[in-house]
Design a binder for this molecule. Structure first.
Ligand code: MN
Length: 345
């Protein structure tokens, strides 16, 4: 038996809605996964990328991550991972740092042997069409979008099924998906906390026996979200439902209520946050234009995705990250970019 826990898209360090509580939630989800792995006595945790929200996690987040990795090590459970698009750095990857401390293995195309099964890994390789590598008789771990989940996904499921791998463990798409064709198992594990409000389904991790490809999953206990649909009265729901400490997501299609009123009512009732998707037409409030359903995070994400589709050099990509990093004040950008070009960064 070679039983593994497949997880990914943990996004530790994401301070969602600007809330410290949400930042902690993402780290807690990782620790929950670690505890589950220990409870299930798996041989390895396989992480399919995006362990971190970005390439500069804070000390609190590194502390939680290291805590989890040490717990796995003490339980003799291997942590095998690849690098996702969110955390990718130009030089040393965080995963390489953990590997140098003997806390992780950075999977590559030189297979790692897990109880006789070769495990291949491919770091995020951009948003251009991708030819899957040969992985005969083994497991391939990668962080990419399949054409089955995005029409212009860079990896074709058909080609993937013919690359020789018996099992393909994916990250990047945040909803759990399972395909089983021609004896090959292909699966996305999904994110471990709701990274975008449309990630409504319960978060979970995969448990897989690599010898038989038998797959199972375990649900995670994450921050509760209360969804209020377009055909419900949001005021009544906010008044009557238990919203304490929850993230309330409201979809609005009619009515005269303002977003500010809903946010205020939610706050009074003890909600952690209220997010409103205003789908009403004809309203002219600047920040809630009809059919423009974007959060600040969505815009950042959209820019990153668009850039990933271009053939930029790693250096150009890092320069872009410096410019868009809100923690680097505008007056320091010159210095930071110069330092980068001179190799001092
Ligand atoms: Mn992700």
């Amino acid at each position: 038996m070679a039983r593994i826990l497949h997880t990914g898209d943990t996004h530790i360090g994401f301070r969602q809605y600007g809330l410290e509580e949400r930042r902690e939630d993402f780290a807690k989800a990782f620790l929950q996964v670690v505890h589950l792995a220990i409870e299930e006595r798996v041989d390895a945790v396989i992480h399919a990328g995006d362990l971190f929200e970005d390439r500069l996690p804070g000390a609190e987040d590194l502390q939680a991550t290291l805590q989890g990795l040490f717990q796995l090590k003490n339980a003799h459970i291997k942590f095998l991972g690849i690098v996702g698009n969110h955390e990718q750095r130009r030089g040393v990857q965080w995963l390489d740092l953990f590997a140098s401390l003997d806390l992780a293995v950075h999977l590559t195309l030189q297979p790692y042997d897990l109880k006789g099964i070769p495990i291949y890994g491919l770091d995020f390789a951009g948003r251009r069409e991708l030819e899957p590598p040969r992985c005969d008789g083994g497991v391939l771990v990668c962080h990419q979008l399949l054409d089955r989940v995005e029409p212009d996904g860079e990896l074709s499921l058909k080609k993937l099924l013919n690359c020789g791998a018996k099992t393909v463990l994916l990250g990047d798409f945040h909803e759990r998906q399972v395909w089983y064709e021609k004896g090959v198992l292909v699966t996305y594990c999904g994110s471990t906390e709701r990274w975008a409000i449309d990630e409504q389904r319960r978060r979970s991790v995969n448990l897989i026996d690599l010898k038989t490809n038998r797959i199972d999953h375990r649900d995670l206990k994450t921050r509760e979200f209360l969804y209020i649909g377009v055909d419900e009265d949001p005021i009544q729901r906010l008044k009557n439902a238990d919203v304490e400490e929850k993230v309330v997501v409201i979809y609005l299609k009619g009515g005269r209520v303002t977003v500010a009123e809903l946010e205020e009512l939610g706050r009074q009732r003890g909600a952690l946050a209220v997010r409103v998707r205003d789908l009403r037409e004809g309203e002219s409030e600047m920040e809630h234009q009809p059919d423009v359903q974007m959060d600040y995070g969505d815009v950042e994400h959209a820019i990153s995705e668009a850039l990933a589709r271009r053939a930029l050099s790693p250096l150009a990509r890092e320069m872009d990250q410096i410019i868009r990093d809100f923690r680097i004040p505008d007056s320091n950008i010159d210095g930071e970019v110069t330092a980068l070009l001179e190799g001092r960064r």
